[in-house]
Write a protein that binds this ligand. Structure first.
Ligand SMILES: [Zn+2]
Length: 311
């Protein structure tokens, strides 16, 4: 019952989401054929997610063996990874959407209480808003990039400075990532890289899974590509260090040539994986395509440089 106290009454009245996906603001065109800008335009998704999250509902789907997109909406993302010895959840979205994540995990036949570890990419409310609720439900260890620690009790940094109006309950992280010490959970070794910029502690994840033919697939998740934290106004308002701009660009340049078979976007609207669900078969995985990672990294660097007036 503790969990329910976090949820708004509107969400409780809609425990079973209707099978509809609102695509307002998005294109249905596949990522490969579409300028990524169109998918990245958030539109009014931020507000719809907070007030009527079921309208963006997307059922869970598999992106790689044992790796499921359980975010439950077209805008934010959350991933469930079956390590063979407990479940890992990457990102929790806003607390108003936690019930959709739980519905999705259960629909796959898993028990959310088997989540042992929650990795957060960075301390913005659309990634950590659900942490307190999920910690209360699961008791999972919470992992954070240490450089984001000062965000946790600062609502301005967590979201107010970005215009988010979601409910937020602070939490205590249990562990910090160490780029020199991959995190081994069950059969999976999670390598982390601090990709500072969007926030100081933004963390990216790389790990291998094996398909039924014994082939290894490299999964990669860049923890934060948004450029909404690079304006002079943002730095003045928050007191954060403008040198984060340089760190952001350097991080992307390093990752452009990294080989990633399956790109897990930190927001679903970055690459639109939910638009490809119909293509998934036993023998075909539409997400197994290294060009998606490369395109997303190139797009992110390009967008940043354009915004900074360097092009
Ligand atoms: Zn963010």
């Amino acid at each position: 019952m503790l969990l329910l106290s976090f949820l708004p009454s509107a969400a409780l009245s809609q425990r079973t989401p209707p099978n509809t996906i609102i695509t307002k603001g998005y294109s249905k065109m596949p990522f490969k054929y579409l300028p990524v800008q169109e998918l990245c335009a958030g539109g009014d998704a931020m507000e719809v997610s907070r007030v009527e999250p079921w309208k963006l509902y997307v059922p869970a789907f598999r992106m790689a063996p044992g790796v499921y997109n359980v975010g439950g909406n077209t805008w934010m993302a959350s991933y469930l990874i079956d390590t063979g010895a407990g479940l890992v959840l990457i990102d929790t979205e806003i607390q108003e959407c936690v019930y959709l994540i739980l519905e999705n995990i259960r629909s796959l036949g898993y028990d959310p209480k088997d989540i042992t570890d929650i990795f957060v990419t960075h301390a913005h409310i659309d990634h950590i808003g659900g942490v307190a609720a999920l910690k209360a439900l699961t008791g999972a260890r919470i992992w954070l990039g240490k450089r984001d620690l000062h965000f946790i009790n600062n609502t301005n940094l967590v979201g107010a400075a970005l215009g988010y109006k979601c409910n937020y309950v602070p939490f205590e992280p249990d562990c910090f990532y160490d780029d020199n010490k991959p995190v081994k959970i069950g059969n999976i070794i999670f390598e982390t890289i601090n990709t500072a910029g969007h926030t100081p502690g933004t963390t990216s994840f790389f790990f291998d899974v094996t398909d039924k033919n014994g082939r290894k697939l490299r999964c990669g998740l860049h923890g934060g590509i948004g450029i909404n934290t690079f304006s002079d106004e943002y730095f003045e308002k928050t007191g954060e260090d403008p040198a984060l701009r340089t760190e952001f660009a350097e991080g992307l340049k390093k990752l452009i040539d990294t080989h990633v078979d399956v790109c897990l976007p930190s927001h679903n609207n970055q690459t639109g994986p939910h638009l490809f669900v119909d293509q998934i078969t036993e023998d075909f995985n539409p997400y197994d395509d290294p060009s998606i990672w490369k395109a997303l990294m190139e797009f992110s660097l390009d967008r940043f440089e354009n915004a900074m007036g360097k092009k």
